[in-house]
Write a protein that binds this ligand. Structure first.
Ligand code: ADP
Length: 264
């Protein structure tokens, strides 16, 4: 004979305890909403309030540069360079915070189409360095937000250029492979490579292995890559290339097998 186990009776909470639990859930929801509002206000403030004084400093240092004596000019130039750098930092932080806060509407995207747009923007830099670009087409379709995917590709490609020594012609390869429900996009270069100890760290905000007067940058590019990939339900990482250089990868959900119109 089959015996059917009775489900354990749900504990009966005294009315006062039930009320307390409801109260603390509501308090938590309100605290989360307040936190989200604060973060939005913070991002807005970075975008507008911080930029205004910076523009003033830049404007006045231009004025100083045109009127000052020879001994003062280098200082005015340094002030201008510092304000440009701070402006770049603010822009990148804004992109990063928007990627964190904004809703991601995902749809089926052909990475080759997005890549073409990105390459058009980088054309001058690629040509100036005599870059050999090898794109394996067609790249498999992914589920993505097109602008976020463009941002990922742009950051990886411009890094590939930046971190290939000037004495070499950059060789950049972009390819994709389907791994079940996931598509892995690769951006490979023949640049300076990254030592194993730093391969995770470089994805953190402000982590750079070079001073900004050696190689320009803000240290936020790869944090943006990883955050964008994660917000689209994927991941990002790097491996050493077999001979020299780096092989960055981005995993995204396949555009063939996943439902479209998802929101993350
Ligand atoms: P940035 O390029 O502004 O320095 P990133 O977050 O894009 O910031 O990169 C962080 C660091 O990772 C770089 O400073 C560099 O040391 C290293 N890096 C990134 N891409 C490459 C690459 N393709 N080859 C070698 N090192 C790289």
């Amino acid at each position: 004979m089959r015996s059917i186990a009775k489900p354990a009776p749900r504990p009966v909470l005294p009315a006062r305890e039930k009320g307390a639990r409801r109260h603390s859930a509501k308090a938590e929801r309100l605290a989360n909403e307040r936190l989200e509002r604060d973060i939005h206000a913070f991002a807005y403030s970075i975008a507008h309030d911080l930029r205004a004084p910076l523009r003033h400093i830049h404007g006045y240092s231009e004025f100083l540069l045109s009127g000052s004596d020879a001994a003062s000019k280098p200082y005015a130039r340094r002030i201008m360079a510092a304000t440009r750098r701070m402006d770049a930092l603010i822009s990148d932080l804004l992109v990063y915070s928007r990627l964190t806060l904004d809703e991601m509407g995902l749809r089926r995207v052909e990475p080759s189409v997005v890549l073409e747009r990105v390459l058009a923007g980088l054309e001058k830099d690629l040509e100036a360095r005599g870059t050999v670009l090898d794109v394996e087409v067609p790249l498999p379709a992914v589920l993505a937000q097109p602008d976020a995917l463009a941002q990922i590709l742009e950051n990886l490609l411009s890094n590939a250029l930046k971190f290939t020594p000037l004495c070499l012609y950059p060789r950049i390869r972009v390819r994709g492979e389907t791994r079940g429900d996931t598509v892995r996009l690769w951006v490979e270069d023949n640049g300076i490579g990254i030592r194993p100890a730093y391969r995770e760290k470089i994805f953190d905000v402000f982590q750079r292995l070079h001073r900004s007067d050696e190689v320009p940058g803000t240290g936020i590019g790869l944090a943006i890559v990883r955050r964008a990939a994660e917000r689209m339900g994927g991941a990002a990482g790097v491996e050493a290339a077999p001979e020299r250089g780096s092989r960055f990868w981005v995993d995204l959900q396949s555009g063939e097998t996943h439902r479209q119109g998802r929101r993350l």
